[in-house]
Ligand binder design. Structure first.
Ligand code: GCU
Length: 409
C-alpha cells in the first residue's frame, strides 16, 4: 500500500511538473508559414438539404458536448424564481430606465442589470451578455448594485466603489439606447467564479463535480444565459425575448457562441475576440492553443477536451463547426489586429468554412472568402470585421453590431 501510495505521489508530482513545465515552455506561433497542414471536416458531409442538416446538426452538437464544452443539465422549464429587485430609476437624462431584478437559479442569486429606452412602451430587442467585473463596472451610477460574488483578485465580496463605470467603454450604453435597443447584463462570476475550484462554487456547488463529458465553466455560463432568456420569456419586462442578441467578449465570447449553439432561441449571436475555444480554428495551432488553454484554464472545458492538448490533429471537429451550429441565424465574429493571441485569421477562416451551411439553408452566408481590410465590416448572414487595436470591445465594434442587429432583428 505504501509503495502504491508513493508511486501515486510520484505520478502526481511528475504530472504537476509536466504541467508547469509545458506552461513555462509554451511559445505561441505567430508565423503563418509555420501553421501545420490540416484538413477540416466538412460540416455538410452526408447533407443534401435542410432536413438532413437538422440531423447532422444534432450530431455535431453532441460531438461538441461530449468532447469540448461538456453536457449541461437539462432545465425542467419551470418558472424562474425571483429575488428582491431594487427600485427602478432613470439615467442618461431620462432617456433610459434601469431595473435590477434578481433571478434564482441552481442555488445562485443572479442580479441582472436591465437598461431599456425610456421612450418605448413596446418590448424592445436587446443585447444580452455577461460582464467581467460586476454590473457596477458597466455604467457609473451609485444606484447600481455592487457585485457580491468572487472578484478576480481572489477575495470574495470585495467589489470596490472606485470600480464603478470602469468598463463603461466596453458597453457604450448611450449608443445602444439611442439605437432603440435594450441591454441586459450580469456578472459572470455570479453563475460560476472563474477559477479552478474543483467545481465547488457557483452553480456547480449543487450539481457536484462534473464527469469527463459534463459541463465545464463555459457551458455553465452559457446555461446561465439560457436561464436569463427563460426569465425574459416568462416576465413582461420590456424585452422582446424573440429578438435577443447574445454577445460576449473573449472567454465570454466563447460563452456566447456556446449559448447560441445550445439554445436556438437566441436570435443573433456575437463573438467578440473569442479566439481559441471560440471562433478560431484550433488545428492552425496559431497564438493560443488547446494545450495552453486547457493548462491555464482547466475548468473552462470538459475533461474529455484535455486529450486534444498538444494533439490538435486528433480533433475530428474544429471551430468552424461550432460557427455552423448558429446557422441560419445571423452571426457576427469580430477580431482585433493586435490580438494575435486570438488568431484573427483563424477566426475568419472558421466563418469561411461555415459559410456553405448558411448557404444551404438559403441565407447569404459570408460575403467573401477574402479577409476584409482593417476597420471595414463585411456583413452577410455571417458578419466579420477586424479592427485596429487590441483585445477589447470598442465603440467601433458596437457600431457594427448595432448596424447588423438593425438589419436582422
Ligand atoms: C486569456 C485566455 C483567452 C481568453 C482571454 C479573456 O487571454 O488565454 O482564451 O479569451 O483570457 O477572456 O480575456
Amino acid at each position: 500500500m505504501r509503495r502504491y501510495r508513493s508511486t501515486l505521489t510520484l505520478a502526481f508530482l511528475s504530472l504537476l511538473f509536466t504541467g508547469l513545465h509545458a506552461q513555462e515552455k509554451f511559445v505561441a506561433n505567430y508565423d503563418e508559414a509555420k501553421v501545420p497542414k490540416y484538413t477540416l471536416a466538412d460540416p455538410l458531409e452526408g447533407v443534401t438539404d435542410a432536413a438532413s442538416w437538422k440531423a447532422k446538426r444534432t450530431e455535431i452538437l453532441a460531438l461538441f458536448e461530449k468532447e469540448m464544452f461538456g453536457r449541461s443539465p437539462k432545465y425542467d422549464g419551470g418558472k424562474i424564481a425571483v429575488g428582491d429587485a431594487l427600485p427602478p430609476f432613470e439615467i442618461l437624462g431620462g432617456k433610459a430606465k434601469v431595473s435590477q431584478p434578481v433571478i434564482k437559479v441552481a442555488g445562485q442569486d443572479l442580479r441582472l442589470l436591465v437598461i431599456l429606452p425610456a421612450v418605448s412602451d413596446k418590448a424592445v430587442p436587446a443585447f444580452l451578455g455577461y460582464n467581467f467585473g460586476g454590473n457596477h463596472t458597466v455604467f457609473k451610477d451609485q444606484r447600481i448594485a455592487l457585485a457580491q460574488s468572487w472578484m478576480k483578485d481572489g477575495k470574495a465580496q470585495n467589489a470596490k466603489e472606485e470600480d464603478r463605470g470602469k468598463s463603461a467603454s466596453r458597453w457604450g450604453i448611450d449608443r445602444i439606447i439611442n439605437a432603440g435597443y435594450g441591454l441586459v447584463t450580469l456578472y459572470y462570476a455570479d453563475v460560476d467564479p472563474d477559477f479552478h475550484d474543483g467545481f465547488k462554487n457557483g452553480i456547480f456547488a449543487k450539481h457536484g463535480v462534473p464527469k469527463a463529458d459534463e459541463w465545464g465553466s463555459i457551458a455553465g455560463w452559457a446555461w446561465g444565459l439560457s436561464r436569463v432568456l427563460d426569465y425574459m420569456e416568462q416576465t413582461p419586462m420590456g424585452v422582446d425575448a424573440k429578438k435577443v442578441a447574445v454577445m460576449g467578449h473573449s472567454r465570454l465570447g466563447k460563452t456566447s457562441l456556446w449559448a447560441g449553439a445550445t439554445d436556438e432561441r437566441f436570435a443573433l449571436v456575437i463573438s467578440n475576440n473569442s479566439g481559441c475555444g471560440g471562433a478560431a480554428l484550433s488545428k492552425r495551432v496559431f497564438g493560443e492553443t488547446v494545450g495552453r488553454i486547457t493548462n491555464s484554464f482547466p475548468h473552462w472545458f470538459c475533461g474529455n477536451y484535455n486529450k486534444y492538448a498538444n494533439n490538435e490533429s486528433a480533433l475530428t471537429f474544429d471551430q468552424h463547426m461550432l460557427i455552423a451550429l448558429m446557422a441560419p441565424r445571423p452571426l457576427y465574429v469580430a477580431s482585433a489586429e493586435e490580438d494575435q493571441w486570438a488568431d484573427p485569421h483563424g477566426e475568419f477562416l472558421s466563418c469561411v468554412a461555415a459559410d456553405p451551411v448558411y448557404r444551404l439553408l438559403g441565407t447569404e452566408g459570408l460575403p467573401s472568402k477574402e479577409m476584409p481590410k482593417v476597420n471595414e465590416t463585411m456583413q452577410g448572414h455571417i458578419a466579420y470585421h477586424i479592427r485596429t487595436g487590441k483585445h477589447d470591445v470598442t465603440g467601433f465594434d458596437w457600431e457594427q453590431y448595432i448596424k447588423f442587429a438593425k438589419k436582422h432583428l
